[in-house]
Ligand binder design. Structure first.
Ligand SMILES: NC(=O)C1=CN([C@@H]2O[C@H](COP(=O)(O)OP(=O)(O)OC[C@H]3O[C@@H](n4cnc5c(N)ncnc54)[C@H](O)[C@@H]3O)[C@@H](O)[C@H]2O)C=CC1
Ligand SMILES: C[C@H](CCCC(C)(C)O)[C@H]1CC[C@H]2[C@@H]3[C@H](O)CC4=CC(=O)CC[C@]4(C)[C@H]3CC[C@]12C
Length: 369
């Protein structure tokens, strides 16, 4: 992508551009990519906020489509230079079947890769996940790990299985010849747990706390650390990778990068309190109120109930054996690979990320957002 002093010429496509992360990527591209001529936003469900973006200098094209449909993906991608593939089915609660998760996350990604080859799109940035590495089902801690830290990867749950397979497909596709004969350059980003404006689970905890007269009850020991990353910084890393892939194809092609910033390492619940506390909630207990064995029992019961009730209704509580294992296992990332390879520095400080998230949580009260 040669630097141009003339009219902007690049066409980008963001799959899943109407989701939590996707919206931030779309807005960030419009703010931070001066070479953009057209931005295509491809999603199963188009959001109304896209309309307001259509009045700016960049042509924003909304495309309602399904990544599992190869022809829809290929049609949307014709003539694009870069694709940021963020669409995915994020489900660790049993809302979707393992088959559907596989179709969207794995087959959908395969369709994006084949469309790159078919249409001549040369740069592909994939939103992977830390879940590709862990936590594993044995509960082994990953403490301040980086992209090269050895870790026993054991997947059973459909979501991490699908993200791992999709990431592998993306990395293996690096170097394939696309239409016109140039090599495909791919790269995968692995965010830890993302937070920020639009984070639905945060909003759900907030509402639950309001219902419980301003209280949440500690379930996880404060000593279990989680790595979290602000959505604006995740979006910024995507934009930067997309921008740098051509110049640094040899270095970055086929690589994975953890997505990180300077958010503090804390337990899942203590981290959420950084935002929910200033919104008037309080976390009750310095230690978990229930013993761990009882939580395991409740989680197992929930899984059993989900299975029994499935013919009648979808029972999808937050607590299940998988979410309990993830929440109860230390998983923190400490790396500078993205900084070394393409000069990434978080765009938003921790203070700013926190302030923005608090404002958003406050704005969701009674707003039905
Ligand atoms: N939320 C998190 O903490 C993390 C998310 N990720 C990854 O980031 C990506 C985005 O996740 P979120 O924004 O949190 O989820 P989200 O559910 O808010 O966004 C996903 C978007 O993909 C779209 N989509 C789903 N199925 C589709 C299909 N068949 N065709 C076209 N579009 C489809 C949805 O409509 C939605 O707009 C996912 O790939 C996820 O695996 C990775 C690490 C952490
Ligand atoms: C829902 C969990 C917290 C509730 C625990 C309880 C019931 C004891 O209070 C969440 C704890 C950790 C979350 C996951 C983590 O942030 C990593 C993720 C990465 C992704 O790619 C997708 C989302 C998620 C799996 C995230 C999901 C919610 C938690 C399990």
């Amino acid at each position: 992508m040669a630097e141009s002093i003339q009219a902007p010429m690049l066409v980008y496509l963001v799959t899943g551009g109407c989701g939590f992360l996707g919206e931030h990527i779309v807005r960030m591209l419009l703010e931070q990519e001066p070479r953009l001529r057209e931005l295509r936003v491809f999603d199963l469900h188009l959001s109304s906020w896209l309309e307001e973006l259509k009045t700016g200098p960049v042509q924003v094209t909304a495309i309602q489509g399904d990544v599992t449909q190869a022809h829809e993906v290929a049609a949307a991608m014709a003539g694009t230079h870069v694709v940021i593939h963020t669409a995915g089915l994020v489900d660790v609660f049993g809302r979707a079947s393992p088959k559907t998760i596989h179709e969207v996350n794995v087959q959908g990604t395969q369709n994006v890769i084949e469309a790159c080859v078919q249409t001549g799109t040369q740069f592909l940035v994939y939103t992977s996940s830390m879940e590709v590495v862990g936590p594993n089902i044995k509960g082994h801690p990953f403490y301040r790990g980086n992209e090269d830290t050895p870790y026993e990867i054991v997947h059973k749950h459909p979501y991490p299985c699908s993200k791992a397979r999709a990431e592998q497909l993306v990395l293996e596709a690096n170097g394939r010849k696309v239409r016109g004969g140039l090599p495909l350059v791919t790269c995968a980003l692995r965010p830890t747990g993302i937070y920020g404006e639009g984070h639905q689970i945060m909003r759900d905890f907030y509402r639950q706390g309001l219902r419980l007269r301003g209280r949440l009850f500690r379930a996880i020991p404060a000593s279990v650390e989680h790595g979290r990353v602000y959505v604006g910084n995740v979006a910024w890393m995507h934009v930067l990778v997309a921008r740098e892939l051509e110049q640094r194809a040899g270095l970055m092609g086929g690589q994975v990068y953890f997505c990180y910033d300077k958010s503090p390492y804390k337990s899942y619940e203590d981290f959420n309190m950084e935002f929910l506390g200033p919104c008037g909630l309080r976390l009750v207990g310095t230690r978990p109120l229930l013993p761990y064995w009882l939580l395991v029992l409740l989680a197992t019961l929930n899984a059993l109930l989900q299975w029994l009730l499935r013919p009648l209704l979808l029972y999808t509580p937050l607590l299940n054996p998988y979410t309990l294992a993830v929440a109860n296992t230390t998983f923190t990332v400490s790396t500078n690979k993205a900084q070394r390879h393409f000069g990434y520095k978080p765009l938003f400080s921790w203070e700013e990320s926190r302030a923005r998230t608090i404002l958003w949580v406050q704005s969701t009260e009674g707003s039905g957002q």
